[in-house]
Design a protein. Sequence first.
Lengths: 224, 408
Amino acid sequence: MATTIIETGGLTRSYGDICALKPLDLQVPEGEWLSVMGHSGSGKSTLMNLVGGLDRPSAGSLMVGGEDLLALSEDGLARFRREFVGIIFQQHHLVPYLTAVENVMLAQYFHSVPDEAEARSALERVGLGHRLKNRPGELSGGEQQRVCIARAIINSPKLLLGDEPTGNLDHKSTVMIMELLKELRAEERFTVVMVTHNQEVAAWGDRTIYLDDGVLVREERTNS
Amino acid sequence: MLFRILKNSFLKRPKAVLLIFLSITMGAAVATAFLGISGEISHKMALELRSYGANILLEPSAVEGGFLREEDLPKIKTVFWKYNITGFTPYLFSIAEFSAGGKKERGVVSGTWFAKQLEVPGEDSSIQGIKGIAPWWEVQGRWPEDAAEAIIGAALAKRLNVVAGGDVTTIVRGRSQQFRIVGVVTTGGYEEEQLFAPLVTVQSLLQLPGKVSRVLVSALTVPMDDFGKKDPATMSKDEYEKWYCTAYVTSVAKNVEEVMAGSRAKPIWQIASAEGALLKKLNSVMLLLTVLALGASATAVSTSLMASMAERSPEIALMKAVGADRFQISAIFVGETLLISMAGGVVGYLLGDQLAEVISRTVFSSTIVSPLWLFPTAIISALSVAIAGSVVPLRRALLIEPVRVLKG
Ligand SMILES: Nc1ncnc2c1ncn2[C@@H]1O[C@H](COP(=O)(O)OP(=O)(O)OP(=O)(O)O)[C@@H](O)[C@H]1O
Ligand SMILES: [Mg+2]
């Protein structure tokens, strides 16, 4: 039995009257690829943000990689994010005035020291060796998302989070991204938590959980 | 990397950067110009003020009677503070009986210098006398040029019913001297009851050759402060030296007193303290204007930074999401503003220096040499403006919550 990388106990997040996440108990073993599904507003992003240290729970316990996220200060959470987590959003969030390689180097800079050669090879691994010096505006949606992947893995995170990373992509690009992620996971052995609306995308994972109105209603193992 | 981020962020948003740059440049330019000319203004104002009367009175130190010696007067041009002494004039006076056209009146006859060419070995030649230290005197007619010419105070002239061109006989203790009146003088003061004649003539009339009863000295002085008000007699040697070497009206007076045998010098406090207060106020006004100008430009910087922060919040949120802590975020934005403000400081200094030059030329028709401390002051002003202007926007930036901004 592998060690548990994410462990939540009664994890709750409410915004005033709205309870986005009802008390949730969840364990994710190290190395697992977990898909999170549910209709819009069911609390998927909320869960993702809590696990990634981008948001703080209203109640409950939250251990990620042996770190008690509730006990961390704001700067402690920032350190946790840069050292432990790689995040890919639906909108390919890149700094518009920096080139592809500089966007990857930015994550290195916050983490430790920027290393251009390493950033280049990360972009080569996601198949963008020929677009290093282009700015986000000059890249297609799929290409931008691949820059985000390169940036997410550059500091060798233990946990890769994706909030509908293929939500804006067509089928072909989606498959390409998923294959890329699968390949990278095989090499880097990180744990994946991925939010998606797409059954097909969810099927790339080992396990899928379904949220409904902030409650975990169902989970199933994927047979792959 | 920080440099790369800054460079690209500048290139991407030239307008926003330019706006901040201009705000800082303006602030630094105005501060430089104000501070650059403030020394000049104080100096010029002090000079102007000096024309409103002498501020040191020299009298014989003897309790009664006694005179000063005319031959000592040139020594005033050789004292330590000689360059601060803008003029002086001696007086020898007496009650006299005046008669003109059958009218007789009592009044005061004053022997003095009007505009005497004074040659002192080793010093520049200068013109000393009433014309120099009392430029507000209005003379209808002209100033005396000859030993037997005089000007008469307007009130006395009225009583004697004389005008320029008339003759007045002056009688003191039985001796008489006739003067040709060449001008009637209006001063607005007690001088209007007097007749002013050349010193030598009055000396012989009074049979007091080479004697002077008082000397009025006009000197540039610095405002009295607490130290200046201390009694020199109680000072230590070092303190006394410092006091002596500061152009307080008291130390200049002391300085002059030392060269005039048997004299006692008294500051004319009314004038000295009024001037000091005025100059002090002037300096505070200049300083206040400088601070206001810097405050205005800090506000402008803050406003433009606020606007660009709003525009850049996705970028800040993103940096936070990938793990930048507050220090790293601050470094980027403070670095940016500091770079801009350095440039703004240098350009502002150059502009301000020119501005000071132009102001000084047009207002005071003189050139100024900008002091060495002006450049660091300009840079420091620019940096302070930048820092003061960044505080609020930076706090805003640090409060940005990535989750809210990056919502997909
Ligand atoms: N900052 C917020 N303030 C108030 N309510 C919020 C906030 N963020 C999320 N919510 C609410 O919490 C609930 C869950 O939101 P969440 O973003 O987790 O949904 P989601 O499952 O990711 O939906 P989608 O599939 O549309 O992205 C929603 O009802 C949403 O309105
Ligand atoms: Mg969502």
